[in-house]
Design a protein around this ligand. Sequence first.
Ligand SMILES: O=C[C@H](O)[C@H](O)COP(=O)(O)O
Ligand SMILES: C=C(OP(=O)(O)O)C(=O)O
Length: 353
Amino acid sequence: MNASVATVRNDLDNCLANPARRAYALPTPAGLRESLPVQPALAARIQAQRAAVRAVLDGTDDRLLVITGPCSLHDRESALDYGRRLAALNEELGDRLLIVMRAYVEKPRTTVGWKGLLHDPRLDGGNDLHAGLHAARSLLIELGELGLPLATELLSPMAAPYLEDTLSWAAIGARTTESQTHRELVSGLDLPVGFKNGTDGDLGTALDAMQAAAHSHTQFGTDDHGRAALVATAGNPDTHLILRGGRAGPNCDAASVRAAAERLADSPINPQLVVDCSHANSGKDPLRQSTVADDVVAQRRAGERALAGIMLESHIETGKQALSPALQYGVSITDACLGWSETQQLLRRLAAG
Ligand SMILES: O=C[C@H](O)[C@H](O)COP(=O)(O)O
Ligand SMILES: C=C(OP(=O)(O)O)C(=O)O
C-alpha cells in the first residue's frame, strides 16, 4: 500500500470483518465539488454545450458531432496542450463541426491494466484514488475553461457524481452497456449519453440499454454526502447508439449503418447514431480511423440521415507506448491514437465535406 493511501485509512478498514476486502475513506462528492467548484460562468457554458450536443443528436443542428481526444488522459501537460490545439481548431471549424474533447479519466480493461488517471494518477500502481479524484476533477475543469465541451466514459457508477457537472456528453462502454447498474446510472444523468454496442458486435444490448435508461428507476446508491441512499432517477431521454464494431469486424459500412438505423427506427429512442472510428471499426490501427471517418462523411453526403457523429482516439503523437518510468510526451499509454497533425488534416477535410 502506498503512503498517501495509508494516511486516509480509517475505521472503515476491516468493517466487514472480511479479510478479502478493505475500505479507505474518500472525500464525498459534495466535499470535492466544494473544494474544486465549477464556476457559474463555466456551469452555464456546460449547460449550453449539452443543449448543442442534444440539437445535433435530435437532428435540429446538422453539424457533424466529432468527439476527439486521447484514448486516456495520463498527464496534465499533454492533455492541456491537446485541449489548446483543439480549441484553436474549433475557432476555424466550429460552424461545420460540433467538436467535443474526449477526456477519458477511467479505462475499462479486458483483463487487468492501468485503470486511468482517476484510479492511478501517478501511474505507478499506487492506486491513490483520493489523489486521482482530485487530479481528474481539476483537469476536467481546466480543460473546460479552454472552452470546449468534454466527453468521458462513465465506468464506475460511484465516480460519476464527482465528475458529471464538468461533462457535456458521456459514453457507456462496450463492456458495461449490458449492465443494469450502468443503465440506472444513465437514467439519472442530465446529459446526452452514448451506449456502445457490445464487444461481440451485438447491437441489442445497446438498444435495450437506451430503453432502460430512458425509464425512471429506484436504486441502491449514495447521496452527495456519501451516505447510503435509495436513489430515485427520472430517466434520460437523450441517449443514442455508438457503433464500435465487434469480434466479427467493423460495423461502420453503409449497409451496417442502414441496418442499425432501421433497428433504431423501430425503437422509441433517438434514431441518430455515432460511429466510433477506432476499436473494432479500425482494427485498432490508429491511421485507419481517417478512412472510417471519411467514409462516414461520404455516407452522409449520399443521404444517410442517421449518422450524427464520429469518435476518434487522437493525441499529440501517433501510436502508443508501454507504461514505463520514461514516457514519451504526447503518446497514448492505452489504445494507439492518431497524431495531431493527421487529426488536424482529417477534421479540416470532414468540415469541407
Ligand atoms: O479504449 C481502450 C481499450 O480498448 C479498452 O480500455 C480495453 O483495453 P485493453 O483490452 O487494453 O484492456
Ligand atoms: C474502451 C473504449 O471503448 P469500447 O468500450 O468501445 O471498447 C474507449 O472508447 O475507451
